[in-house]
Design a protein around this ligand. Sequence first.
Ligand SMILES: C[C@@]1(CC(=O)O)C2=NC(=C\c3[nH]c(c(CCC(=O)O)c3CC(=O)O)Cc3[nH]c(c(CC(=O)O)c3CCC(=O)O)/C=C3\N/C(=C\2)[C@@H](CCC(=O)O)[C@]3(C)CC(=O)O)/[C@H]1CCC(=O)O
Ligand SMILES: NC(=O)c1ccc[n+]([C@@H]2O[C@H](COP(=O)([O-])OP(=O)(O)OC[C@H]3O[C@@H](n4cnc5c(N)ncnc54)[C@H](O)[C@@H]3O)[C@@H](O)[C@H]2O)c1
Length: 215
Amino acid sequence: MIPLVHDFGGETILVFGGGPVGARKARRFARETRTVVVSPDFADRDFGDAELVRAAPDPDDVTDWVDRFEPALVVAATSDTDVNDAIVAAARDAGALVNRADRSGERDAGSVVVPATVDDGDVSVAITTGGASPALSKHLRERIEAELDGAGAMAELTAEIRADLKASDMSPTERRDAVRAVVRDPSVWKALRSGDANPRREAARVIKDTQRGEL
Ligand SMILES: C[C@@]1(CC(=O)O)C2=NC(=C\c3[nH]c(c(CCC(=O)O)c3CC(=O)O)Cc3[nH]c(c(CC(=O)O)c3CCC(=O)O)/C=C3\N/C(=C\2)[C@@H](CCC(=O)O)[C@]3(C)CC(=O)O)/[C@H]1CCC(=O)O
Ligand SMILES: NC(=O)c1ccc[n+]([C@@H]2O[C@H](COP(=O)([O-])OP(=O)(O)OC[C@H]3O[C@@H](n4cnc5c(N)ncnc54)[C@H](O)[C@@H]3O)[C@@H](O)[C@H]2O)c1
């Protein structure tokens, strides 16, 4: 399995199954793109901004639903194995990616796993066990969550710094050293996390130190 980051902006994701698993995936996906959930029931769960369509397609009907929404990704999260089988076949025929929630192995090309993710701004960490132990993915995600606090702000700050330094007469080697020093500096992290100090000023101090050869 090769982890890749996929931009689904402007695409449709079609989820079959309105149980806790379909709801969890729909909530996550609907934050970024149009997400449609097809299920005979939705209980009282939170589906975020997903569109809910009440229906219980038979295996033979699944292709029509896939053709109707032309999704880039189809999620098979129903409690019916035959329906999930048909969803995988229909997604493959339509050239869409497919995520099967009721299987850990037996994957073909085009079949994707949904990892546990932690997001902080533009920074994401995704954890997969290759399907072996979803509970372990969840546990590791919970441990990493605190670690990522401030990472989104650090990415934003260092993106600005990189752009400024690129426009200056600094050499690429000096620039690399300067940006590396900023992302490693505890006082910059502290300023970003606590708001007590100005992170940009802390970063400028760190960069000056690298230029004096102090790091
Ligand atoms: C990470 C996460 C993302 C998400 O779904 O959002 C996710 N499962 C999560 C939780 C979780 N899932 C299960 C438990 C109960 C404990 C346990 O069994 O471990 C818990 C933990 C809990 O609920 O506490 C049961 C389970 N899961 C799968 C099966 C089928 C099977 O194994 O055959 C069964 C058995 C069903 C049964 O027995 O009937 C299958 C898959 N689940 C995956 C992802 C993919 C592999 C990810 C990887 O590579 O690690 C894969 C292959 C397919 C897919 O869905 O993409 C999310 C954590 C989100 C978070 O909190 O961060
Ligand atoms: N990936 C994971 O993390 C994970 C975790 C637990 C369970 N599972 C597996 O994923 C599947 C879904 O889990 P769950 O806990 O949400 O199950 P669930 O039984 O609570 O929900 C299944 C949903 O599918 C709907 N459904 C049934 N037939 C349908 C059809 N023809 N078309 C559309 N929807 C239909 C049901 O009405 C229900 O809303 C199960 O098969 C389970 O084995 C996966």
